[in-house]
Design a protein around this ligand. Structure first.
Ligand code: BG6
Ligand code: MG
Length: 223
């Protein structure tokens, strides 16, 4: 843990979804990879790091930076639809078993400690995915990506905090994407990164897996 910021007073945890609660980050990547291969545009894990947390349209624009021709707005729309079709078939069979280990326990423990929980995902598929994962009812608030500028804008995290009625400085955001960590910091919250510290340099602390998060190491309870 990087020093200073944690442990801290906190009233709410605001979670990203893809790559934090479940392994869909890999499925988004595979769906984009299939599309990129089909249209003959080079795309790999390195470029994919820039897509994490970024919304659908902006993700396609990043992939098309390497295209040898330009694409009309209509063509781009058809391409994002195609990618979303691949992604939706990939999550069609998802269930509770696709939550990362420790997520159910973490959410339960957060509520037992009196913390509120919210979701700040850029994904339009988030509500359906939460249903499949069996945790749709667990969150006190879910920020709507249709009403927010994409990460790294702080909008989704600020909307989640505001829906909870909790000041941003009393929230901790949890993210696997550099764009998401930037969004949390821009919102004035403390940030826990999930993944490789080299990719998440702006985070206040980084853990390899969500299952490694021990709330008592991060949160001071008010007495
Ligand atoms: C983010 C993912 O959570 O949601 C991105 O990290 C994805 O990879 C974005 O592009 C938008 O998702 P969707 O489901 O609306 O295409
Ligand atoms: Mg993510």
């Amino acid at each position: 843990m990087s020093g200073g910021v944690f442990p801290r007073y906190c009233r709410a945890l605001i979670f990203d979804l893809d790559g934090v609660l479940t392994d869909t980050a890999e499925l988004h990547y595979r769906a984009w990879k299939r599309l990129a291969d089909e249209i003959g545009v080079p795309f790999d894990e390195r470029v994919n790091l820039r897509l994490k947390g970024v919304d659908r349209a902006a993700s396609l624009d990043i992939i098309l930076e390497r295209a040898t021709r330009s694409y009309s707005a209509e063509e781009k729309h058809a391409l994002t639809d195609r990618k979303n079709g691949y992604y939706k078939s990939a999550i069609a069979t998802f269930g509770k078993e696709n939550l990362f280990p420790g997520v159910t326990e973490l959410l339960r423990e957060a509520h037992a400690k009196g913390l509120r929980t919210a979701l700040a995902s850029a994904s339009r598929n988030a509500p359906a995915l939460l249903d499949r994962l069996g945790i749709a009812e667990v969150f006190d608030a879910i920020a709507d990506p249709a009403q927010a500028r994409p990460k790294p804008s702080p909008d989704l995290f600020l909307a989640a905090a505001s829906a909870l009625g909790i000041a941003p400085q009393d929230c901790i955001g949890i993210e696997d994407a550099a764009a998401g960590i930037a969004a949390i910091k821009a919102a004035g919250m403390a940030a826990i990164g999930i993944g490789d510290p080299a990719d998440l340099a702006q985070a206040d602390a980084v853990l390899p897996r969500i299952g490694d998060l021990r709330l008592e190491e991060f949160i001071l309870q008010e007495h």
